[in-house]
Write a protein that binds this ligand. Structure first.
Ligand SMILES: [Zn+2]
Length: 234
């Protein structure tokens, strides 16, 4: 009996050990399984979802960059078109170009030239032309002076005309033989306003032409330079 008593006890120990081993094994499998579970997201369906999300994000980024580039290009195109339209509008708004006051001339005394003919330096540009040559308005405007005695500027000018232009300048035509316009009259660019002559303090048939910043003597600019700046070749 004593052996029998011992046996079950020993068996019990063995059984416990076996049970312990079994428990350990079960626990080990469970741990391994748990570890496997942890690795699943890296390579399983969830990882595929994450990869796709990443790809989608990249695609979205590329699409956004492409859209931004397209928007920028469209904006640049629009700006260029607006600039072109503005230039076109400005060109359309710009009044008719200036013209020469006479044709078939010889340039004689120029602006600021000294000489016995003038009290001060020459205030205009002389165009030598035969008496009776057509004199034209160099630009559209309103006649502010017209008549003998330089239209009020003095006898040296003979018969003269002054026209006020929209850009704030005035053109003056002197030594005329005939005046075709009156004060207050609107004239067009190139319109005949007079015939050239040799009246006033003149050494020979010619048109004396001035560009002024006021209607009066003493405010003259270099008329040849002015006309050239307006694209007129003289
Ligand atoms: Zn002159």
């Amino acid at each position: 009996m004593s052996q029998r008593v011992k046996h079950p006890a020993r068996n019990a120990v063995v059984a416990l050990t076996a049970a312990g081993m079994g428990a350990s094994m079960v626990f080990g499998v469970g741990a391994a399984f748990a570890a496997d579970n942890k690795t699943i997201p890296v390579s399983g369906p969830a990882a595929a979802v994450a990869a796709q999300a990443d790809a989608q994000a990249k695609a979205a980024q590329q699409a956004a960059a492409k859209a931004a580039a397209a928007k920028k290009a469209a904006a640049a195109k629009k700006a260029a078109a607006a600039k072109k339209a503005a230039v076109k509008k400005a060109a359309a708004k710009k009044p008719a170009s200036w013209v020469k006051p006479v044709n078939g001339y010889t340039l004689t005394a120029s602006f600021n030239q000294g000489g016995s003919m003038w009290t001060n330096k020459h205030s205009g540009q002389d165009f030598a032309v035969p008496v009776g040559t057509v004199v034209k308005a160099t630009h559209s405007g309103v006649v502010v002076k017209a008549g003998p005695n330089g239209g009020g500027d003095g006898p040296a000018y003979g018969n003269a005309i002054v026209i006020k232009h929209a850009n704030g300048t005035y053109s003056q035509y002197a030594h005329l033989s005939k005046i075709n316009v009156g004060i207050g009259q609107t004239v067009k660019t190139g319109q005949t306003i007079a015939r050239s002559g040799n009246t006033g303090n003149s050494s020979g048939p010619h048109l004396h032409f001035e560009i002024r910043t006021t209607p009066n003597y003493g405010s003259a600019l270099n008329p040849a330079k002015f006309l050239r700046s307006e694209g007129v070749v003289i």
